[in-house]
Design a protein around this ligand. Structure first.
Ligand code: SAM
Length: 244
């Protein structure tokens, strides 16, 4: 990459109307370096080239900050290497509360190091399966927002995630091109889990001439999650809510 990492990130973020401060840009660069370094010893991401990290990880996840407000309590279910949770935390830092949740312990060690090096505040890491932790009082219906990217299809994602938010709270899901089909297939999940599609925000970015169509789904929870949801992993797999 000819230009400095920070200059390219600043420029690409500004194209989606996100202004990044110098402090944020420094943190993004450290995050990228840690991602590439740790990726040599554990499988964190297939994307390691500077420009692709900027576009497919950082800019892609930054779109979501437009739909988040200061003071909100957020959980990122299936955060992996911190997407979008760490990106949101770099942007808001102590002005929001963030919980990063993932089933895989190994990745959480990486996240601990990122949080330490980036001096992120108001952020915690929780290890466990989403569908199990959602039944614990400390997590159930405690959050304003639940975010997820690349974790499951929409109906399964609604089942994993919607129990975490309060009534009136929102799921913000980063989705790709198959989203229209997923929305149709998730009708039963929306009904059973008392959720409504509130808004959809599309955005596009180009990498080396190739166009990526992306969408943030904003889904509102309108009533309490039924107590028996989410079901256990076996039931979810055997009888997913996208079947009639
Ligand atoms: N969200 C990250 C991203 O966009 O790069 C990671 C995506 S990765 C393909 C899916 C992640 O979801 C993995 O880290 C996996 O461990 C986690 N995951 C999948 N099912 C889960 C579950 N039931 N409970 C908790 N984490 C889960």
């Amino acid at each position: 990459m000819k230009n400095e990492f920070k200059d390219v990130l600043r420029e690409e973020a500004s194209k989606i109307d996100i202004n990044l401060t110098e402090e944020m840009l420094i943190k993004f660069e450290i995050y990228k370096e840690l991602l590439v370094e740790w990726n040599k010893k554990m499988n964190l991401t297939a994307i390691t080239e500077d420009y692709e990290v900027i576009m497919k990880h950082f800019v892609d996840c930054l779109e979501i900050v437009k739909y988040i407000h200061e003071g909100q309590n957020i959980v990122d279910v299936g955060t992996g290497a911190g997407f979008p949770g760490i990106v949101i935390s770099i942007y808001f830092n102590s002005r929001i509360k963030m919980t990063l949740l993932d089933a895989q312990n190994k990745r959480l060690l990486f996240l601990e190091e990122v949080i330490k090096q980036l001096k992120l505040q108001n952020i915690e890491i929780v290890q466990g399966r989403a569908e199990e932790l959602a039944h614990k009082d400390e997590y159930r219906q405690q959050y304003d927002i639940v975010v997820s990217r690349a974790v499951a299809n929409l109906s399964t994602l609604l089942e994993f995630d919607s129990a975490y938010i309060k009534v009136g709270g929102k799921c913000l899901f980063l989705k790709g091109e198959n989203v229209n089909i997923e929305i149709k297939e998730a009708k039963k999940a929306f009904d059973i889990l008392h959720c409504e599609l509130d808004n959809q925000y599309t955005y596009t970015y180009n990498i080396k001439g190739e166009s990526y169509d992306r969408r943030v789904l904003s889904i509102k929870k309108i009533a309490n999650t039924p107590p028996n949801y989410p079901r256990n992993n076996g039931q979810i797999k055997k009888n997913p809510l996208n079947q009639n």
